[in-house]
Design a protein around this ligand. Structure first.
Ligand SMILES: [Zn+2]
Length: 300
């Protein structure tokens, strides 16, 4: 089955694995718990188990999409705050497990940051199809980003891109990375939830905070979403000023929020430097399969 690739979207809480055909369609998929708290060996076991569930007999290519800073040449997760991993040679570990458990030979495993994979999936199969200069931004608990030029991920020296950690407010709020004033500390789901707890003393998930915001424009919830949208717009303007992309695709759970995105677009237009051609800001349409498709896209 040379024409099919397995894509593994390895997240902190779940592993989504799918068999992807040449048209970028997920033809079979499975979702299981990551069980990161049980240690790396258990996670590797789960990854291989999920691959076994969707594989026809054997495939020659597997793509792994994982949050964190990844050395793609060495196949090493250098640092993943979500999974609490440092220097994990994931490609080697998964390869060895597949050889042992599934007795496969002659297969290759590719790995990249999940937001990089997302941006590539959008450039090849998604709303950015046919575009040369593409940026993907994933708005979830944190903020990830990927830059794709001519259908190739831009890695810089190793770890590009990390737009979630651009400074939008010097000496501002502390980010999950420990530094201050980063975009992720203002415009991510985690940031919205933390700010809500701080202002109201109540704990709510971002989608519920949005419902409250939509019901009452005088609420703290509304103010929080307005502020998050403002900083997201500033972040988008910074990205556009540096890269001048044709399109910035927004993905992740928080990208579903029109309240956030509409405010961000207004702010973006206000802050953007003079341009010859406009940068489109569009939501993903790949849906829940985006992670799996993105992982498969790097396995070429
Ligand atoms: Zn940060």
């Amino acid at each position: 089955m040379i024409d099919q690739i397995i894509g593994v979207d390895l997240g902190a809480t779940k592993i989504a694995t799918g068999l992807v055909n040449q048209k970028g369609k997920v033809v079979k998929k499975v979702k299981i718990a990551t069980e990161a708290e049980k240690g790396i060996d258990k996670v590797v076991e789960n990854v291989v188990f999920s691959i076994e569930q969707v594989a026809p007999e054997k495939v020659s290519k597997i793509g792994l999409a994982c949050a964190g800073q990844i050395d793609i040449k060495k196949g090493v997760i250098v640092y993943s705050p979500n999974l609490k991993w440092k220097r994990i040679p994931l490609v080697r570990l998964v390869s060895q497990k597949i050889e042992k458990e599934l007795a496969w030979e002659d297969f290759k495993i590719f790995i990249d940051n999940d937001a990089n994979c997302f941006a590539l999936a959008e450039a090849i199969y998604g709303v950015a199809r046919g575009k040369k200069y593409v940026v993907g931004l994933t708005l979830g608990t944190g903020i990830g980003s990927g830059i794709v030029i001519n259908k190739k991920i831009y890695h810089g020296q190793t770890f590009a891109s990390e737009a979630g950690h651009m400074i939008v407010e010097p000496e501002g709020r502390e980010c999950a990375c420990g530094r201050k004033g980063h975009l992720e500390a203002y415009a991510s789901g985690g940031a919205i939830e933390r700010k809500y707890k701080e202002l109201t003393g109540r704990k709510k998930i971002a989608t519920d905070i949005e419902i409250e915001a939509l019901q009452n424009k005088e609420s703290e919830a509304f103010q929080i979403y307005q502020e998050a949208g403002k900083y997201l717009g500033i972040g988008l303007a910074n990205i556009a000023s540096i890269l001048d992309p044709e399109i910035i695709v927004l993905g992740g759970g928080l990208a579903r929020s029109d309240l956030l995105i509409d405010k961000a677009k207004v702010e973006f237009e206000k802050e953007i430097f003079f341009r010859d051609k406009a940068t489109k800001i569009i939501k993903t349409k790949l849906g829940d399969d985006a992670g799996i498709i993105g992982a498969a896209c790097i396995a070429k």
